[in-house]
Structures are given as structure tokens and as C-alpha cells.
Design a protein around this ligand. Structure first.
Ligand SMILES: CC(C)(COP(=O)(O)OP(=O)(O)OC[C@H]1O[C@@H](n2cnc3c(N)ncnc32)[C@H](O)[C@@H]1OP(=O)(O)O)[C@@H](O)C(=O)NCCC(=O)NCCS
Length: 200
């Protein structure tokens, strides 16, 4: 495999001064299909503060000079929000066995160079450092194949995730509310979970 591009794993209070820039990046990337998220910078900074405050959490950064061009997040599932935890609890799965990967966002001009692969490698390395963590998981929004905002030629990330060793678990689904671009108010969205057992 080609050499992975360099990323930087940042943890704890060192993340605080970076949260504003990461929030702006999240808003820019999630504005696109399939998330169509009309982001709110204040909410974003509050949401991201969790990663600076939770033991075992990390944000993996991709930089181009002084600019952050990509970021991927990781934290023990036990420290994730109630909406994410709910389906695991409902299934009787112990959250302490999981690390949750919150998001991967990379500006479009830098895609296809291996940053997404590097983000998974760095987050899985971080998850292995969390005592008791045996599995990695993340969730992704579920969109109809004929969604009107789907760009022509859009390729879902499902095969990319499968090639990283993740499988969808149809029995783990959560709901998150956000306002879509052009919408008047927040609406609920359905997200399905993907899982991967981490080898020691
Ligand atoms: C998810 C996302 C970060 C992936 O980013 P990416 O950097 O384009 O992905 P990569 O370049 O690592 O991988 C794409 C392909 O290129 C290959 N590749 C290209 N250069 C490579 C390199 N130097 N080393 C290894 N693999 C490389 C990968 O192997 C992969 O192909 P494969 O799946 O057949 O193995 C990006 O698509 C994104 O920001 N999407 C929008 C936000 C989103 O939907 N995020 C996910 C939900 S939170």
C-alpha cells in the first residue's frame, strides 16, 4: 500500500485552541450531501469540547502548512452523547467495550490521497490505548438512493468503510436532529452504526 500521509493525533487541553477551526471545517464539509447540515458554530464548539475533556478521546488532524484541512474524532463510547449511547444500551451492549468515531471530515481538494485511511489507522491506534476498548464503531446518515440532493456521480462511502474492516449492524440505529440547508427548523435524521473488532 502507498505510504499514508502524515496526520497528528491531539488529545486533552491541547485541543482547546483548535476547536474553532475544527468547528468551521465540520460545518463546511457537512454542508454537502449526504449530511446537508446547516451548521451553527457555537453549537459546534460546545460539541467538540467533549473531545478535549474526555479521557481517552482524540482528534486526528491533517494539515497543509498552517491550515487544518481535515480532522477525525474518537472517544470512548461511554463519553458520547445520549443519542449515540441509547441503541447500545437498548441492545444490552456494554459501552465500555467500544470507542466511538464521531466524524471524519476532509476538504474536497485533498480527498483520494490516503488521509481517510490514515484517519482510521490513527483512531484505531488511539482506541487500542483505551483500557477495555475492544471494538470501534461509528454511525452514518442513511439517505434514500434517489434523494433529490444527491449529486450526480456521488459515491457512497460504504465500500470504503468495508475495505477498512467495518460492517454495518442493522440492529444499531440512532436518531439525531439537525437543520438542513434551506430548511426552516431542525428535523430528525436516522443514522446506522458500523462496527469493527480491534485486534490487540
Ligand atoms: C471520509 C473522507 C474523510 C475520506 O477521505 P479520503 O482522504 O478521500 O479517503 P482516502 O484517500 O484515504 O481513501 C480513498 C481511497 O483512496 C485510496 N488511497 C489513495 N491514496 C492513498 C494512500 N496514500 N495510502 C493509502 N490509500 C490511499 C484508499 O485506499 C481508498 O481506496 P480503497 O477504499 O479502495 O482502499 C472524505 O471522503 C470526506 O471528508 N467525506 C465527507 C464527510 C463524510 O461523509 N465523512 C464520513 C462520515 S463522518
Amino acid at each position: 500500500m502507498a505510504t499514508l500521509p502524515v496526520t497528528e493525533t491531539v488529545t486533552g487541553p491541547a485541543l482547546r485552541p483548535l476547536l474553532g477551526e475544527i468547528a468551521r471545517l465540520r460545518i463546511a464539509v457537512f454542508r454537502e450531501f449526504p449530511y446537508l447540515y446547516d451548521g451553527d458554530a457555537e453549537y459546534e464548539e460546545r460539541y467538540l469540547a467533549r473531545y478535549a475533556e474526555s479521557p481517552g478521546a482524540a482528534i486526528v488532524l491533517a494539515r497543509e502548512g498552517a491550515q487544518i484541512i481535515g480532522a477525525a474524532t474518537c472517544l470512548p463510547l461511554i463519553a458520547a452523547g445520549a443519542a449515540v449511547l441509547a441503541p447500545f444500551r437498548a441492545r444490552g451492549l456494554d459501552p465500555a467495550r467500544f470507542c466511538y468515531f464521531g466524524e471524519s471530515v476532509l476538504l474536497a481538494p485533498w480527498r483520494g490521497r490516503g488521509f481517510g485511511v490514515a484517519f482510521f489507522a490513527a483512531r484505531e491506534a488511539q482506541a487500542r490505548r483505551v483500557p477495555g476498548c475492544e471494538e470501534a464503531c461509528f454511525c452514518a446518515v442513511q439517505r434514500a438512493a434517489d434523494h433529490p440532493a444527491r449529486p450526480a456521480g456521488y459515491t457512497p462511502l460504504d465500500d470504503f468503510w468495508r475495505r477498512r474492516g467495518y460492517s454495518p449492524d442493522a440492529a444499531l440505529v440512532c436518531e439525531m436532529a439537525w437543520k438542513e440547508v434551506g430548511a426552516a427548523a431542525e428535523a430528525p435524521h436516522r443514522l446506522g452504526f458500523w462496527r469493527k473488532r480491534l485486534m490487540a
